[in-house]
Write a protein that binds this ligand. Structure first.
Ligand code: MG
Length: 225
């Protein structure tokens, strides 16, 4: 039986959890930004460029996205700029106003800092996207550090990501918490042996939350305080 939300809340009050590892997009930040970007803005620009309809562009793009899922290409904005012939970073900057922190995230991070936890973002996002989001949200002030999958050489879906992360941060699997809004990533962390896992079910504020029987599940970080 996996630790429940109650177990995790209690473990966070003591030294049972020393390291708090947090996904960024969908977990700390509203995934609406990313979904809007890949499912609306990019298809629109791609359609203009290739003189095809939005529907056709979206269909083509979804196929391309799918073929690079769970790889480092997926997170590499230079790869997508080349692949699609679009300035991905410049396009992201155009909609930076859509970057939003989920409710109660700052309170949670502040509380973790006051309890002297090591607090890290562990993200598949590209360095420059991470930097843009940190600049916009100023979450960096609560963090011990940030880790990207490009830095580790593997996305979070791979076991090697976790081996390298543990080596770099020096945590124990039994005293680490990891929160993510993607089940495939949580399963990878579980396989590696991270003891405390939380599924953040509400990733995009504008779509219905996901569901899971496999992991302790929260909609909002206030449930962990
Ligand atoms: Mg995520």
């Amino acid at each position: 039986m996996h630790p429940t939300v109650h177990d995790i809340k209690e473990a966070l009050k003591s030294n049972a959890i020393t390291h708090v590892l947090l996904d960024m997009d969908g977990t700390l930040l509203d995934k609406y930004f990313d979904d809007y970007f890949w499912e609306h803005l990019v298809p629109e620009k791609y359609a203009d460029k290739h003189k095809i309809t939005f529907g056709k562009a979206k269909e083509e793009l979804l196929r391309k996205y799918k073929s690079h899922e769970e790889t480092l290409n997926w997170t590499d904005i230079d790869f997508w700029s080349r692949e699609l012939g679009l300035e991905i970073m410049a396009l992201k900057e155009q909609i930076r106003h859509l970057i939003e922190i989920h409710p109660h995230v700052e309170e949670f991070l502040g509380l973790m800092r006051s309890r002297r936890k090591k607090v890290y973002i562990a993200t598949n996002a590209h360095d420059r996207v991470l930097a843009m989001k940190m600049k916009k949200t100023e979450l960096g002030k609560y963090l011990t550090g940030t880790i990207t999958s490009a830095e580790m050489g593997y996305p979070k879906e791979h076991q090697e990501f976790w081996h390298r992360l543990e080596k770099k941060l020096g945590f124990s699997r039994d005293s680490a918490l990891f929160v993510d809004d993607t089940l495939a990533v949580l399963r990878s962390a579980r396989k590696y042996g991270i003891k405390y896992l939380v599924y953040k079910a509400k990733g995009n504020s504008k779509v219905p939350p996901g569901k899971s029987d496999e992991f302790a599940t929260v909609m909002d970080f206030n449930e962990l305080m």
